[in-house]
Design a protein around this ligand. Structure first.
Ligand SMILES: CC(C)CCC[C@@H](C)[C@H]1CC[C@H]2[C@@H]3CC=C4C[C@@H](O)CC[C@]4(C)[C@H]3CC[C@]12C
Length: 283
């Protein structure tokens, strides 16, 4: 319905728009972008102001036994939405991206220096897996990710805040050749699933109940977002776009960090491909 109304409005206003100039034209462009956002957010709208949508699942582990209040749940969902919105905004701005790595298999990583001087990385790849398969591997069964991805030593859901939002704790592995030591992460992860597209957003959070662990440097992931889109109806392939926006913390030269991060993206994608190949052979 919304896209149809928008198209109708655009049609009616087109002759007038040709006569507007400067700021007005920019304003129209911004409104257009906002509408694009809205379309992406459609599947999340029901959560806002609708506590019934929070299908709170009973937590299993000890860490998950603390009962979450409605306010807590709303807080996590809002953090997840905000992270996704911010990350998508970064991805949508097509200006200023520089190619860092272009692999022979078609994977491309671009980087961009953000206004706060942090470099973010955008990986684009085509994967041999459906949107559903990838959603399952990367979100539903996130706790199994360390089984197929040796860059992750441990990954745990600390709080399940309904089917689309969770708080996770991860520890990266100490890998040969990676000059960055082990890191741990505490993040809100949020998903938004549409028919042929999935958004996975996340951002670091701080919780008194999960303070930084002794012996680890607590890194901050996000605002980050992965977009998985069906390539076309006839194949099982998906387009995978991943914005890596990470503050690894600790005292490390920026040049080392900026080399390690796109490498980590390529490694992750390689392991993900292998995992998809296993599913394909097992059927
Ligand atoms: C370079 C060093 C410091 C870090 C290397 C490990 C990085 C690449 C690992 C550590 C934790 C990982 C994240 C853990 C959880 C999720 C949520 C899931 O839904 C999508 C993947 C995502 C977002 C992972 C992406 C890769 C990740 C960021």
């Amino acid at each position: 319905m919304l896209p149809a109304v928008v198209k109708l409005c655009c049609g009616i206003s087109y002759p007038h728009l040709r006569n507007v100039a400067g700021l007005q034209r920019t304003a129209v462009a911004v409104i257009g972008q906002e509408i694009t956002h809205l379309q992406g957010w459609r599947c999340m709208q029901h959560l806002i102001g609708a506590p019934a949508g929070f299908n709170y699942t009973e937590d299993k582990s000890e860490a998950r036994t603390n009962v979450q209040s409605k306010g807590d749940r709303l807080f996590y969902v809002q953090q997840g939405h905000k992270a996704m919105r911010n990350a998508l905004r970064m991805l949508e701005d097509s200006e200023g991206w520089r190619v860092e790595i272009a692999e022979s298999n078609g994977d491309v990583i671009c980087s961009k220096v953000m206004p706060d001087a942090r470099k973010v990385f955008r990986l684009e790849a085509v994967l041999d897996g459906t949107v559903d398969e990838l959603y399952d591997l990367l979100f539903v069964r996130v706790e199994e990710m360390n089984l197929w991805n040796p860059s992750i030593q441990q990954i745990k859901i600390l709080k399940q805040v309904g089917p689309e939002t969770m708080v996770t704790y991860e520890v990266s592995a100490e890998t040969a050749g990676n000059l960055i030591g082990q890191r741990d992460f505490l993040s809100v992860r949020h998903s938004c699933k549409q028919e042929s597209r999935v958004y996975l957003g996340g951002v670091a959070i701080q919780l008194e109940s999960f303070p930084p662990q002794a012996g680890f440097v607590r890194a901050e992931d996000g605002p980050t977002c992965i977009i998985i889109q069906a390539l076309d109806k006839d194949t099982r392939k998906s387009r995978f776009t991943w914005l890596l926006n990470m503050d690894v913390k600790g005292w490390l030269p920026t040049s080392i960090v900026n080399q390690a991060l796109p490498r980590a993206q390529l490694d992750f994608t390689r392991h993900l491909r292998r995992r998809l190949a296993v599913s394909a052979t097992l059927g």
